[in-house]
Design a protein around this ligand. Structure first.
Ligand code: DAH
Length: 336
């Protein structure tokens, strides 16, 4: 064996290996147990040969180690370059949701009444004829009792017939049956009517219903309360007026109107060219209703009101139609 020739052949095989696998193959070939060098070292009989071969072995082992380090570093560099994150690339988009305008206005109403010391009451949407009509003193032949106007769940002539409430006013009855006055409560929720869909009517909408029962409550208290809440909801610029009206469960009854934010009395489709938009109904609780729930009308007096929540949102946000509240078109909802 020509030791020097072997050494140079091994050195170039080691330094020329381009992968860890190739290097390992070269190591086995030149330094492995069965390699020529290992055989020769095992057979060494004289000092001279040992002094020649041992440094060659040491030198080759060092070369393998160095080449291994170099290859590993190159591999790491390659990986780092390959997996590098380009922080200048646009990130993944996480769309941010927003509150529905109905939710916005609902929270405003709740805050306004909580500020006046009112309690927020949750109520059911499935009612009975008893609570939706009878207890509220609707006369037996009132047209909204008919399945033409109201969504009945049971046939309307069976007793008790369940229906989807047509207004939030039955919650007044539930509250007065459940607790003794003084009562100051607001209940907000969905109501259902068999109306055709038009720009301003939808068969489902929300109302906020309020009830105050105490000693010595007057119509002036009702007006003051509604005026305050309307200022909170619509700002100082909107004008408010009260018209007399009729509801079976209040006497006297009034309807609050708010000046049209869309045209400022110039007249437009939203206010049907009257300059005013009707917000709901209100009045002093009828003595018959107090009697229905076992309260003495000589001792207790109270007022109640019920307003459309979408209507209020339309006024506040200047939305001319009710349909967008139910269509859930993201192009609309993203604006809130
Ligand atoms: N429930 C009536 C409606 O939907 C609104 C209303 C009127 C509610 C007078 C009241 C009230 O509480 O006192 O048209």
């Amino acid at each position: 064996m020509d030791a020097r020739a072997l050494e140079s052949e091994a050195t170039s095989a080691i330094s020329g290996s381009s992968s860890l696998e190739e290097l390992e193959a070269a190591r086995i070939r030149f330094l492995g147990r069965k390699s020529e060098l290992s055989q020769a070292l095992r057979d060494v009989r004289d000092r001279e040969t040992g002094q020649l071969l041992n440094p060659i072995k040491a030198h080759l082992e060092q070369a393998v180690e160095e080449r291994k380090n170099a290859l590993e570093r190159a591999e790491l560099d390659r990986k780092l370059a390959e997996e590098a994150v380009d922080v200048t690339l646009p990130g993944e988009e996480h769309p941010v949701g927003s509150l529905h305008p109905t939710t916005h206005i609902r929270r405003l109403v709740e805050d306004a009444f909580l500020g006046l010391g009112y309690e927020i009451v949750d109520d059911r949407e499935v009612e009975t004829v008893h609570y939706n009509f009878d207890q509220l003193a609707f006369p037996p032949a009132h047209p909204t009792r008919s399945p033409r106007d109201t969504f009945f769940i049971d046939p309307f002539f069976i007793d008790p017939a369940r229906l989807l409430r047509t207004e939030t006013s039955p919650s007044q009855i539930h509250v007065m049956e459940a607790k003794k006055p003084p009562i100051y409560m607001v209940s907000i929720g969905r109501v259902y009517r068999r109306d055709e869909i038009t720009p301003t009517r939808f068969p489902i909408f929300h109302q906020f219903e309020g009830l105050a029962v105490d000693r010595g409550i007057t119509l002036a208290d009702l007006k003051g309360t509604l005026l305050h809440v309307m200022k909170v909801l619509f700002g100082e610029d909107r004008q408010v007026r009260f018209r007399t009206h009729y509801f079976p469960f209040t006497e006297p009854s009034i309807e609050p109107d708010v000046s049209c934010p869309n045209c400022d009395f110039k007249g437009c489709r939203m206010c049907k060219f009257t300059g005013w938009i009707e917000l709901g109904g209100a009045g002093m609780v009828d003595p018959a209703v107090f009697e229905n729930v076992g309260l003495d009308p000589e001792e207790w007096s109270g007022f109640a009101f019920g307003c459309g929540l979408e209507r209020a949102a339309q006024l506040r946000y200047d939305i001319t139609e009710i349909r967008p509240f139910w269509e859930n078109d993201l192009r609309v909802l993203r604006q809130f």
